[in-house]
Design a protein around this ligand. Structure first.
Ligand SMILES: [Zn+2]
Length: 253
């Protein structure tokens, strides 16, 4: 009997993206997301996801968000909206579960991500503005430490992956304010996403491509070459070698 691998379904989703099968990736991300929300897989494996480890449970939101984007890439806007509606409902519920105002703000940020990704009827700007107002009302003494909490990481990583190689990507510094001791450090998150995520969703839908996450990377690798661009910029992810720029499988030299 093979040992249970809590990251197997997430890895299948990533390989499906690299192999240009966004519909399959959407389904794999959906089950990985629901598994994480049940405390059964990925970062949430074995965690008390509606209790002390709610931040780990939020990784389920990360995968449901990626499922939403993957449905957009597959041209299935109806299932994208269904997945976004599901994810937004869970995110809003998490806002009622977490302990502090700043965590609640992060859950509202996650809810807004689903509105943007799924193109839900609700206004994306209003959804992000609710998160923004909640951050402003939070008395958070350590914004930088907060930003590296599992909850905040879960809500950062999905949108950051979706934005990769779309022309609307963003890094940590763009997402956060300049002063890590000021709450504006966190307010920067919904502010940047408000302007960027709708364009990311449009680009994913237009191109039919959702990028895999950035894993371990190496420039000018000696063994692998990209069949598309002819370069050797490797992104090691989910047990395979993908081109860092083209997001296709690399070939041996
Ligand atoms: Zn390439």
């Amino acid at each position: 009997m093979t040992e249970f691998d809590p990251t197997a379904r997430r890895a299948e989703a990533v390989r499906a993206l690299v192999d240009g099968e966004p519909a399959r990736a959407a389904d794999r991300y959906t089950v990985a997301g629901r598994g994480a929300l049940a405390g059964r897989e990925a970062e949430a494996h074995g965690r008390d996801v509606l209790g002390a480890d709610a931040g780990r449970g939020a990784y389920g939101l990360r995968y449901l968000l990626l499922a939403t984007f993957a449905h957009r890439a597959a041209g299935d806007d109806r299932r994208a909206r269904l997945r976004a509606t599901e994810g937004r409902a869970v995110a809003v519920d998490y806002a009622a579960v977490v302990d502090s105002t700043v965590e609640r703000a992060c859950c509202l940020e996650a809810a807004a991500d689903f509105v943007a990704a799924g193109g839900l009827d609700a206004s994306t700007e209003d959804a992000y503005d609710r998160a923004l107002a909640a951050y402003r009302g939070a008395d958070e003494p350590e914004p930088l430490d907060r930003a590296t909490d599992p909850l905040f990481e879960a809500v950062r990583l999905g949108p950051q992956q979706a934005a990769r190689n779309t022309g609307h990507g963003f890094d940590w510094d763009e997402l956060h304010g300049s002063d890590p001791d000021d709450v504006d450090y966190l307010v920067g998150r919904p502010r940047l996403k408000r302007s960027r995520l709708p364009r990311v969703a449009e680009t994913v839908a237009e191109t039919g491509v959702l990028a895999p996450p950035r894993g371990t990377t190496e420039h000018n690798n000696a063994d692998y070459v990209c069949p598309e661009c002819g370069r050797s910029e490797v992104n090691w992810i989910a047990g395979i070698e993908a081109c860092l720029d083209c997001d296709v499988r690399m070939e041996r030299k």
